[in-house]
Ligand binder design. Structure first.
Ligand SMILES: [Zn+2]
Length: 397
């Protein structure tokens, strides 16, 4: 069965799969379950074997496999194609998020760019392979993973597929992975990691008519925030920069403290985001900041640092050169060029690379349009991506 990637994309956008963040994955728009059902049905219809891999309650990776011409997934090459099922929130959007709108060569809707466009291209390419069964061809495993936008738990769980969870569906470690993200049809061969955690300052509650500055948790945190700002500025020029990804960055994204203007706050909490380039460990980068802040010259009071609530490793360009060569060739045949780039955002690819699978990030659409109020994707790029992925699969044997 031949599927049109534009029609598939419209169907994908019309099915809400908003990442629930810290909420329950239920209700009319939250969670991936509705999309998981649709994907299972679609892959079965085009002749792929499917498997559900539980990740957390109500949230499952959907895996689909098309055997290569070697006859079984144990023989011949095995290629993993990954796209995440979840989208970011729809708050503040200026268009109807789940009513796909086709206009002037673009498709608008939440997820159209990040990353249902990439997912539609993979599905259309897989459908064509399943329909024509060309030879030679590798075994293709399509992984539609959950929870990329808030913790990468789907990708992390997926790496258990070939040794613990799924023996049947993916009997061995894939030889390579392409991870869909909006890269504008360039190959992302390296990216930064990410680590996020909460930090608390403690004070002593009291009536604001008798303030004791030393015990005001907000005053303490103000000094911490200023120290982090200075430390982040020092990082901008400290040591050698990664050639594709630059230097480590740090930011404070939220601050909460106090219960009323009449009460001295006894607690203030910030959330810290740290992005180390390839070659640096997120956990070590976090510890370095904690050690820095604990110096008596910086803080004369104790701080509490929670364990990270999100952590993803960087992707290094050391192990994916041959894969990037091959993908660039397929992309070059279709669009004439394919740059190799590093980016500051983290993706599922680093989890597969850490599990020993050479991985590159690639897909239609621009990161500029991801997560935006009128998110859209170029339909020309969507069709080109389908062609590139199809060609790449045929070259991978
Ligand atoms: Zn994405």
């Amino acid at each position: 069965m031949i599927l049109d990637p534009v029609e598939i994309l419209k169907q994908l956008v019309a099915i809400p799969s908003v990442n629930p963040m810290d909420r329950e994955p239920t209700g009319p728009i939250f969670g991936e379950a509705r999309l998981t059902d649709f994907l299972e049905e679609t892959f079965s219809r085009i002749g792929l074997t499917t498997f559900r891999q539980p990740v957390s309650p109500g949230r499952e990776n959907l895996i689909a496999r098309l055997d290569g011409d070697a006859g079984s997934a144990r023989e011949g090459r095995l290629l993993l194609l990954d796209a995440h099922q979840d989208t970011v929130s729809v708050e503040g959007m200026t268009i109807e998020p789940f009513q796909p709108l086709q206009r002037e060569g673009r498709l608008h809707g939440r997820g159209a760019c990040d990353v249902k466009g990439g997912m539609a291209a993979i599905i259309a390419a897989a459908a064509r392979l399943a329909d024509r069964r060309p030879s030679p061809r590798p075994t293709i495993v399509v992984a539609c993973t959950v929870n990329e936008e808030h913790g990468f738990s789907g990708a992390s769980r997926l790496t258990k597929l070939w040794d613990e969870d799924g023996g049947e569906i993916v009997p061995r470690r894939p030889d390579a992975a392409i991870v869909a993200e909006p890269t504008g049809l360039d190959a992302i061969v390296a990216h930064k990691g990410v680590i996020r955690w909460r930090c608390h300052s403690l004070g002593c509650a009291g009536h604001s008519s008798r303030p004791v500055a030393a015990d005001n948790a907000i005053y303490k945190m103000a000094r911490v925030v200023a120290a982090i700002e200075r430390y982040a500025a020092e990082l901008e020029t400290a040591g050698p920069a990664h050639p594709l990804c630059g230097r480590r960055t740090l930011s404070v994204g939220t601050i909460r403290g106090g219960s009323s203007v009449g009460t001295i706050p006894d607690r203030c909490t910030i959330e810290i985001d740290c992005r180390p380039p390839p070659g640096e460990s997120p956990e070590e980068a976090r510890q370095q900041l904690i050690d820095h802040l604990s110096q008596p010259a910086i803080t004369s009071f104790p701080l509490e640092h929670d364990l990270p609530f999100m952590s993803g490793p960087p992707l290094s360009d050391r192990d994916n050169e041959r894969l990037a060569d091959r993908l660039s060739r397929s992309a070059g045949e279709v669009v004439g060029r394919c740059r190799r780039l590093g980016v500051p955002y983290a993706t599922n690819a680093a989890f597969f690379a850490a599990a020993g699978v050479p991985s590159v990030v690639f897909g239609p659409g621009s990161i500029e349009q991801a997560h935006t109020a009128d998110e859209w994707i170029s339909l020309d790029q969507l069709r080109q991506a389908t062609e590139i992925i199809h060609r790449f699969c045929l070259s991978f044997f």
